[in-house]
Design a protein around this ligand. Structure first.
Ligand code: ADP
Ligand code: MG
Length: 615
């Protein structure tokens, strides 16, 4: 045996030049991954052609048919033919141009690549011309070219993507999933382009219509949701010729994943670690662990300071000065959140001038803010934070000792919460209890969250979570990717106690929710579940009956519990306070909520006495 690798042939084959068609197909592997990439390339071309209205039509998740029509400047008969050739572009002419790319496309390979792996029909009419050119291409070979009538602008249809490349076709996902990717990309594009009118048809029915507007929040409301738009607070900052504009969510509105974060560099949607890290860092101390903000942020930066040529699909960028960008985003978001923090407490119309001094801890007002599960705590400097963390950890440790009754080296049975003297509720947030030698504060939200988490988990493991029908089904808007995940995991979702019906292209009608969570607002519960399923591939698998991947399933239970538990600021009747203590006695105990925050913190009598100079 000359080689262990069967791929390596025994003798070198003579070198040959690849045929143009083959080169295009290989390039298509980079540019055209799935129907969403075709939609992206075609819509970007329409945008580069100065269009103001773009219409996208899809059948079967784009697997069968995609059409993008625009009212842009169109192409002459010569250009219409040229644009299908590899490395033919009107957007750059010299290497120097690469340093200041202002268009979406510039490689001049998208149309050639798409045409090489589909049946493509192009019709284009320049604005000033009276007739259009129509060209038909099959697997990269031009079959027909003629002059036809038609409106100004360009329309490109792509049918049977990858039909001649079975190895690629095989990797396409279900129509639902492909539609999810397409509508996700369209939503990202539309958020950054409020002045462009978008119409999207799916399987011959209208899916989205986003009319042109000059108010970015209006576009956000149309594309994401009214509620998200209402909870956004504006960001605006400039440094060294780089500007950051956009919106970030108020800390009381948070999500289980980063799916609500929309980032752009020079109006191009990106996934960028520098930007995302800077954003999330600001919320780290404001949100419960494992929760994320929502944001729509636009970074505009001189083209020389950023390389968008890193990845063919251009999702990634490289900054010349990543630290400077990180700073800019961090400061911009921090200022936005700090200003809003004060606004949420005081009159919303008051000037933001004294934001800093007003943002200090005001427990009464935090309570007045209603169901907010957010501490209006002063942003401590990192040194303080570290100190607080250590204090909390050691308190948790002592608490464990309390529970097992070994604080004084005793060996008595664990104390039951319900047996302790309950003094009442503090600041509508903590239950106050008295033990033999401690004052014990229980965070009602964290405690209740733990209870719900344990019960959901136990029911699910046993036989599936019991569900309870809603008197009237609630409808809920869900973003495309989470919606697709929800629909694909329908059985597992039923085992979680939820029953829903897809309703239109971006909505579900919720029919029942877990009986344990009866009375809760079903919308946020299902919304979070959908995001969780979409974000963590393992969550969907973990929720199948018999799965042992409890870590992933636990994240789902934790999220459901967090959204259903009584909040800080909820006034609990004495009966409700007792019921919570009883419930806490009935679960396997852990002194933290599922997100890792402590449930109960003891204050030692000895310490209290010392403070009163009794010791
Ligand atoms: P690129 O966008 O990188 O230049 P493409 O293969 O996507 O490469 O397109 C090639 C050329 O075809 C573009 O440079 C542009 O001149 C022309 N073109 C493509 N789509 C349109 C359109 N919708 N309207 C006008 N011109 C277009
Ligand atoms: Mg292009």
């Amino acid at each position: 045996m000359s080689s262990k690798n069967p791929q390596i042939r025994k003798r070198a084959a003579p070198i040959q030049r690849l045929s143009g068609a083959l080169i295009d197909q290989i390039a298509a592997g980079e540019v055209v991954e799935r129907p969403a990439s075709v939609v992206k390339e075609l819509v970007e071309n329409a945008l580069d052609a100065d269009s103001s209205r773009i219409r996208v039509d899809l059948r079967n998740g784009g697997r069968d048919w995609i059409a993008v029509a625009d009212d842009g400047w169109g192409m002459s008969p010569e250009d219409a033919r040229l644009c299908l050739e590899r490395h033919a572009t009107s957007k750059i002419a010299a290497v120097d141009d690469l340093a200041r790319i202002a268009t979406y496309g510039f490689r001049g390979e998208a149309l050639a690549a798409i045409a090489s792996v589909s049946r493509l029909r192009l019709r284009s009419r320049p604005r000033e011309a009276t007739e259009a050119t129509e060209i038909q291409v099959e697997a990269g070979v031009i079959r027909d070219q003629r002059t036809v009538g038609g409106p100004p602008g360009t329309r490109i249809e792509v049918a049977d993507l990858f039909s001649g490349v079975p190895a690629r076709r095989k990797f396409l996902k279900t129509a639902t999933t492909e539609w999810g990717h397409i509508s996700d990309w369209l939503a990202r594009a539309a958020l950054s382009l409020p002045s462009i009118h978008f119409d999207v048809q799916r399987d011959d029915r209208p899916a989205f219509s986003w009319p042109a507007t000059d108010d970015p929040l209006e576009r956000i409301a149309a594309v994401i949701s009214e509620a998200d738009a209402a909870a956004f607070t504006p960001v605006s900052r400039e440094a060294g010729g780089v500007t950051l504009e956009g919106f970030v969510s108020r800390p009381e509105r948070h999500r289980s994943t980063t799916a609500g974060i929309y980032l752009y560099v020079n109006r191009r949607p990106v996934r960028d670690r520098v930007l995302q890290h800077a954003l999330v860092e600001i919320y780290r101390d404001l949100l419960p662990r494992g929760r994320f903000p929502a944001a729509v942020l636009f970074l505009d930066i001189p083209p020389e300071q950023v390389d968008v040529n890193v990845h063919p699909a251009k999702w990634e960028v490289r900054f010349a000065d990543p630290r400077g960008i990180h700073e800019l985003v961090r400061h911009g978001v921090r200022d936005a959140v700090a200003a809003r923090r004060w606004l949420a407490v005081e009159e919303p119309s008051a000037a933001a001038g004294s934001a800093r001094s007003e943002s200090s801890a005001r427990p009464n007002q935090a309570r007045d803010a209603g169901s907010n599960d957010w501490v209006f705590a002063e942003a401590a400097d990192p040194a303080d934070r570290a100190g607080a963390q250590i204090a909390m950890d050691s308190a948790g440790f002592r608490f464990e000792a309390f529970r097992t009754g070994q604080a004084e080296g005793e060996t008595s049975a664990p104390v039951r919460f319900a047996d302790l003297r309950l003094l009442g509720q503090l600041l509508s947030t903590y239950l106050v209890l008295e033990t033999k030698d401690q004052l014990l504060l229980i965070d009602q939200h964290a405690g209740h969250e733990r209870v719900l988490f344990e019960r959901l988990r136990a029911e699910w493991l046993e036989r599936g979570i019991e569900s309870q029908g809603l008197l009237t089904p609630t409808t809920l808007r869900v973003e495309p990717v989470p919606l697709a995940a929800l629909i694909e995991c329908r059985e597992s979702v039923a085992r979680l106690g939820f029953d829903f019906e897809p309703f239109g292209d971006a909505t579900v009608a919720i029919r029942s929710i877990p009986a344990l969570l009866a009375g809760r607002d079903p919308g946020p519960l299902v919304h979070n579940l959908a995001e969780e399923l979409a974000a963590a591939g393992d969550a969907a698998d973990a929720l199948r009956a018999g799965s042992r991947n409890l870590d992933a399933a636990d994240r789902v239970f934790a999220s459901l519990a967090c959204h259903s538990a009584r909040r800080r600021g909820d006034v609990l009747s004495p009966e409700e306070q007792r019921a919570l203590l009883d419930a806490m006695d009935a679960i396997p105990w852990a002194p933290c909520c599922p997100h890792g925050r402590p449930v109960a913190v003891p204050f030692e009598l000895a310490e209290i006495e010392r403070r009163f100079s009794r010791r």
